[in-house]
Write a protein that binds this ligand. Sequence first.
Ligand code: CAA
Ligand code: NAI
Length: 719
Amino acid sequence: MAQYTRVSGSVGLITLQSPPVNALSAAVRQGIVDSMQRALSEPEVKSVVICGQNGIFSGGADIKEFGGQMSGPPLIPMIHAIEAASKPVVAAIEGIALGGGLELALGCHYRIAHSKARVGLPEVTLGLLPGAGGSQRLPRLIGVPAALDLITTGRYVTAAEALKFGLVDQITDHNTVNVAVKFAQRVAGQPLDARRISTYPCLCPPDVDVLFEEVMQRVRRTARGAIAPIACVQAVRAAATLPYNQGMERERELMATLFTSGQTRALQYFFFAQRAVGRWSMPSGARWDTSKPRPVHKAAVIGLGTMGRGITVALAQAGFSVVAVETQEKQLMEAKQAISGMLERGAKRRGVAPALDKINYGCNIQSVADVDLVIEAVFEDMALKKKVFQQLSAVCKPGTFLCSNTSGLDIDQLACQTRNPELVVGMHFFAPAHVMKLLEVVYGPKSSPLAVATAMQLGKKIGKVSVAVGNCRGFVGNRMLKPYLEQALFLLEEGATPEFVDQVLEEFGFAMGVFRMSDLSGLDVGWKVRMADGLAVPNPTTGQATRLRQGRRYSPLGDLLCEQGRFGQKTGRGWYQYNKPGSQVAKPDPWLHSFLDEYRARHTLVARRIDHQEVLERCLYSMINEGFRILEDGIAAGPEDIDVIYVFGYSWPRHRGGPMFYATTVGLNKVLERLEHYHQAHPDVPSLQPCDLLRKLVGSGSPPIQKWREVIKKVRSQL
Ligand code: CAA
Ligand code: NAI
């Protein structure tokens, strides 16, 4: 709702009231319409101020209302009526003015913002465009280039930047509402014609066509199949080329297409999924709201290779004191140089001082004695990690949390090496650790809620999206990656090329196809794991046994490449060829194609034509099937956890909502039916065998994803 009061005798003050972010729900819109009518009809009122309660102007349209029937007054005529009002209307922007909230402010005649406020039009991140006149008013107010930037990226800008753009008229460090009320008194009675943004011409730079062309090309390149960024460019182009009313008509048409596209539904789901993962729970019943974290002031990182360096940078940049430990002076110095460079580059980008003095470097593990939390990032070697955990347990003060960045080893085995296994959790970062948003917080059977809560909070403080997951081989992300990679290899055996498989996956929206991604990560990493598991063996017997190991189909293709020293980008050869080691430009490699031909001939495999559909279905459905198993096993508490992990850690296209949400858009029955089909064709591939939970969900009528937790609970209680 919105509260109406008269202040200072002549100012009508409308306060939006809809906690927590004063979203423009039906009740709020009704409140604004009623209050405006009242303000305009009261002769004592000479001007109006609109503000939001609790220091927040508005977080925009109420996203929860999007799925349902539209009720209450629509936003567009409401904003038009405010702009057309005969009395001046001033927006007092505190906290945030986002989306429809900013569009409301753009309908006002003046905008005054607190210096700490942030404004933006993030609709594109929800698969929409600023459809309440924002795409037409913003370019008229701040010019086409700046409007294109804000609308196509959805980025939030500070009050200072908004003032520079001319998006707000004034900023203040004082009480914004008081300042706005005084301002409103001052402008009462002044003519308003020059304050109505919809009447402004849209000023374009001379080379505006070139600008639109460039932006459109950039957006198409980066959108990975998302349609909203493209519609945003088209809407701004309408503002630049059409009269306001026709521009509004174009905005409406584009918005209607987006609303029915399916992508916006996925992005809205993802908006709430991102927030849902913060409300973690453990099978023991421990939860986010009943488990208090302990503050961390000083942390340590053990092992300063690829991951340890990034983790150290992330911690130091967030203001934590860090003790950074390597084995020997030479490695330590190399790491120090690399970390300092990363900090300096990051600080330059953000216009701040580099946090170099936050880090103390050393080669002695004793130096971590007084830290509150340790993150171990040494080689992926269980024996080594066990030794490090024993040392840490002996050295660290009581109560220190001991965390491992292992990509998939058993957290419980590490916990068992320590005096206090309840203080041990996994903190699985993703490379590069100071950039990637995802953190899997892995709890073992002994991990305490305190340790999980502390790791989750630390993740949040260093800007990560943290997801609490159970302990199993590969946790959630890497466990689901296994069948996906496996299917990609099988497809090569059956006739596909790496380029074709990657092209299909990239067209689907992945930033990189599976083979380009493997080349980037390094093929040797998985090879070592397979050797440790006894899967990759040198000189296996020829024939069927080579392709059948431990009772299931196995493709040795990755092992054979590694045996040739082809580890991917780092060696300049992998599934593709590169100009030189370390180069990132992948080119098809004729050697690889002949190698595949020879391999098929050796194993009497006849290459067949494989189409897009088969690549997508086998790679994605096998991964989704593993996701259902993960839910069944209780490793992830809900489908949102899996989807957030895949979008933030594995470049799953956000506009498809994540693998589990994607399954709902395909139809669970279709996923089941296709898995059955492929399993029948490949009975020696267990990952294609549909799991029980998927069958149960289909059996219970494929309930919406928000209801899965109930079915999961039932399935798990029957185990
Ligand atoms: N509608 C409904 N709920 C919203 C919301 C919105 N626009 N914005 C935030 N919320 C809810 C969140 O879901 C969360 O709810 P829970 O506590 O139940 O999880 C709560 O408000 C707090 O949000 P955050 O946890 O994100 O809190 P924060 O302080 O970290 O961030 C924020 C606050 C900056 C407003 C952030 O929530 C945000 O960016 N929200 C999105 C705003 C947005 O995209 N607005 C545009 C909507 S589309 C539109 O406006 C166009 C149109 O007219 C059609
Ligand atoms: P890396 O090989 O780049 O670095 C490991 C570092 O640990 C080396 O610098 C080594 O000198 C140091 N080290 C070894 N023993 C040590 C000891 N006892 N004390 C102090 N330092 C020691 O390895 P990377 O890639 O950084 O991996 C580290 C961990 O992170 C592994 O467990 C890995 O599985 C995991 N991980 C790796 C990811 C990646 O993409 N590289 C992603 C996520 C997790």
